[in-house]
Design a protein around this ligand. Structure first.
Ligand SMILES: Cc1cc2nc3c(=O)[nH]c(=O)nc-3n(C[C@H](O)[C@H](O)[C@H](O)COP(=O)(O)O)c2cc1C
Length: 183
């Protein structure tokens, strides 16, 4: 069943979940950023189920393998309002009516590369359906960031879920490693 999507009234940030369905008048794109894989799993499922083209958003300069170094770089980029260059850009978004946009919450907002992705692609008139993973602290101001960086898109409520935190995995493994050292 195709669903009728209502364009946003001027100034409103999102439409209701019940209306969050791909538009029937064009292809769908699943664009995502993921560091530890939680969001990547959802992106893969979406692209196979819809079906939709899959595009991975990645920084031109990769984030460090080390989690804590990544947290620090992400914090600096967020605080400075940086838009780090992304590794690749879609040649065109013209054929897509709907963009499923996936990312983890970083520092209580969307990761800096999501701001870059929205800034360098023309998403005017398209429907954006976010899918977001977070470590338990919610969506922060990510919805407002999407609305301000894609002001001419129709922004839907989308999907979010809590997912494992790399930090907790590191802490658990560190504890285990410590027990190995005493033997
Ligand atoms: C740099 C960094 C910052 C994060 N900041 C938050 C945060 O502010 N709130 C939160 O709930 N989770 C935070 N997390 C946890 C991630 O949002 C969560 O683990 C997410 O599912 C990771 O998705 P991914 O595996 O697709 O990278 C942060 C993770 C990283 C690496």
């Amino acid at each position: 069943m195709s669903s009728l999507l209502l364009p946003l009234a001027a100034g409103s940030a999102s439409v209701t979940q019940a209306e969050a369905a791909p538009r029937s008048d064009g292809k769908s794109l699943v664009a995502f950023f993921s560091r530890s894989g939680n969001t990547r799993v959802i992106a893969g499922q979406l692209s196979r189920a819809l079906p939709a083209d899959l595009f991975e958003i990645a920084p031109a300069t990769p984030y460090p393998a080390d989690y804590f170094e990544t947290v620090e770089r992400a914090r600096q980029e967020r605080d400075r309002g940086n838009r780090p260059p992304i590794k690749a850009q879609l040649p065109s978004t013209a054929s897509y009516a709907t963009v499923f946009l996936g990312f983890p919450i970083w520092g209580e907002t969307a990761p800096p590369v999501i701001r870059t992705f929205l800034a360098v692609h023309d998403l005017a008139g398209k429907t954006i359906i976010p899918f977001i993973t977070h470590g338990g602290f919610g969506l922060g101001n990510s919805q407002a960031v999407l609305a301000s960086h894609a002001p001419q898109a129709r922004l839907m409520d989308g999907f979010s879920m809590q997912a494992p935190q790399e930090r907790q995995t590191i802490e658990r493994v560190t504890q285990w490693l410590d027990t190995l050292k005493v033997k």
